[in-house]
Design a protein around this ligand. Structure first.
Ligand SMILES: Nc1ncnc2c1ncn2[C@@H]1O[C@H](COP(=O)(O)OP(=O)(O)O)[C@@H](O)[C@H]1O
Ligand SMILES: Cc1ncc(COP(=O)(O)O)c(N)n1
Ligand SMILES: [Mg+2]
Length: 497
């Protein structure tokens, strides 16, 4: 399988906000393979550039040959090209190994004001590289330098510059206005030789803008490699910059005035979630209340009234299992239950309906063997949420563990009216599954005040509690029944210890 491939020819930034490091991260974030030809190694941080060590042009040529003679590169993107010799070497390589598109970011001065490629480079840019480029992406200072010091202060000046640079031969020009002093928005001008496009995004208030230029150019290259048209590639890249800046506006890396931003925001948001993740507490399975709309209707109670009574009676986790409710009514009830549960520190799960769980920000979901697989539920809900799976066999328990579930429900232990045609596993089946399971287990199916102790007294360590439906909700007083069951379970737990 061929995958989209960008080759970046640029300098290394030890602080990893710009240069090669930004290019690698931007391409990774956009799902594109990125190879790297390094033209210079900079000693650089959030304060500025402390040193530059230029790679000899022969060795730049050697790197280019290694990559281009072996790999299929779709798009070449250039950043810091510190010498005329390196520009010439690149020009030569691109003649020998033509690619689908060339994106030129004419890096000259870092935002910290340090020179990365001197003015002597300008002639080589104009003569060798720009005529080959599909797009060139100067910032205000670079556009001005390319045009012999022309003053650029307004959006209209940027249009003039785009047109003049277009005359040097590139097919498209993007003049970037990140540094436009008077502008509330971040405005860039795109010119394709016929039309001007004013591309605006909100200007994010942050110190973390080091590397925006490199990232923008890499992202354009990545989108081109995936087959986008140039204008949509530029728009996608600009949108990505805006999102990444917004996401990273408060991160603190380094003590200087310009910090790097965070390219891999999607990935990081998962990692951050996993830092935040409170490990599921198996003790919550102790008295697990599962609602049933039919029963509550029969006794003239709303779901919320039933849940409140169960919690006050000592339920340690609640699952809403509303098979017949209209979705919108269910969601409203679920939102109210989330509030009640959270005010008591009790987790609330939703049976089967991942959409409802997401919409009401429930603590998790319980799924059966014929529902969406737990592995998919985990992807949809992220690492923070609780996932339970109904299992009858050790194999199903093993699979639930592999899929990233937090607990399993095992049953039916006894015959029950709440599930038609449900195979009963009995106490023996329960014990077998508990002994095999790597996850904590809650027993379910026909459990009530008269048999709960017997269930708990099978005495296997990872049986953490019982789940009940009718024993709480098919009764006149949910509060009393829950209190009674809680008392029995507490006694049984004391016996087992
Ligand atoms: N604070 C900001 N908020 C939103 N977008 C920005 C901000 N600063 C720069 N950009 C955008 O980042 C991209 C790079 O622009 P610029 O900073 O001008 O280039 P360079 O990094 O080469 O100096 C442009 O699309 C610009 O509009
Ligand atoms: C190696 C290298 N390449 C490019 C830039 C420009 O990035 P910025 O203009 O965001 O400082 C940089 N600072 N370092
Ligand atoms: Mg910048």
């Amino acid at each position: 399988m061929k995958i989209p491939h960008v080759l970046t020819v640029a300098g290394s930034d030890s602080g990893a906000g710009a240069g090669i490091q930004a290019d690698l991260k931007a391409c990774a974030a956009r799902g594109v393979y990125c190879s790297t030809v390094i033209t210079a190694v900079t000693a650089q941080n959030t304060v500025g550039v402390q040193g530059v060590n230029i790679v000899p042009e022969d060795f730049v040529a050697e790197q280019l040959k290694s990559v281009l003679s072996d790999m299929h590169v779709d798009v070449v993107k250039t950043g810091m090209l510190p010498t005329i010799g390196i520009v010439k070497v690149l020009h030569h390589s691109l003649k020998e190994f033509p690619v689908q598109a060339l994106v030129v970011d004419p890096v000259m001065v870092s935002t910290s004001g340090d020179v990365l490629a001197g003015p002597s480079i300008l002639a080589a840019f104009r003569e060798e590289l720009l005529p080959m480029a599909d797009i060139v992406t100067p910032n205000l200072k670079e556009a001005s330098a390319l045009l012999g010091g022309l003053q650029l202060e307004t959006v209209s000046d940027m249009c003039t510059a785009a047109k003049l640079i277009h005359d040097m031969g590139p097919r498209n020009v993007l003049v970037k206005g990140g540094d436009l002093p008077s502008s509330l928005d971040a405005v860039d001008i795109f010119f394709d030789g016929d039309d001007f496009y004013e591309l605006r995004s909100s200007r994010i208030k942050t110190r973390n803008t080091h590397g925006t230029g490199c990232t923008l150019a890499s992202c354009i290259a990545a989108e081109l490699a995936k087959g986008s048209q140039i204008l949509s590639a530029v728009k996608a890249a600009k949108h990505y910059i805006e999102t990444a800046l917004d996401y990273s506006k408060d991160i603190a890396i380094g003590n200087g005035f310009q910090g790097p931003f965070d390219h891999l925001l999607k990935l990081k948001s998962n990692i951050r979630n996993s830092f935040r993740k409170q490990a599921f507490n198996p003790a919550n399975l102790f008295l697990y209340a599962v609602t049933d709309s039919g029963m509550n209707k029969k006794w003239g109670r709303s779901i919320t009234e039933a849940v409140k009574a169960a919690i006050e009676g000592g339920a340690t986790i609640v699952q809403l299992r509303e098979k017949d409710a209209e979705t919108r009514d269910f969601l409203e009830a679920a939102k109210a239950c989330v509030e009640i549960c959270h005010s008591h520190g009790v987790p609330l799960l939703i049976n089967d309906r991942i959409d409802v769980a997401l919409a009401c920000d429930a603590d998790g979901v319980h799924v059966g063997q014929s529902d969406i697989p737990a592995r998919v539920v985990r992807t949809l809900l992220g690492p923070e949420k609780i996932i339970g799976v109904s299992c009858k066999t050790p194999e199903q328990a093993e699979k639930a563990w592999i899929d990233g579930a937090d607990y399993i429900g095992c049953g039916g232990v006894y015959p029950t009216n709440t599930k038609a045609n449900n195979i009963t596993v009995g106490l023996d089946g329960l014990k077998t599954v508990c002994l095999a399971s790597k996850l904590p287990v809650v027993a379910i199916g026909g459990i009530n005040a008269s048999n709960a102790r017997t269930v708990m007294e099978i005495g296997v360590p990872n049986l953490k509690g019982v789940a009940v439906v009718s024993a709480l909700f098919d009764r006149e007083c949910v509060l009393t029944e829950t209190q009674k069951l809680h008392g029995d379970l507490t006694q049984a737990a004391a016996m087992v210890k």
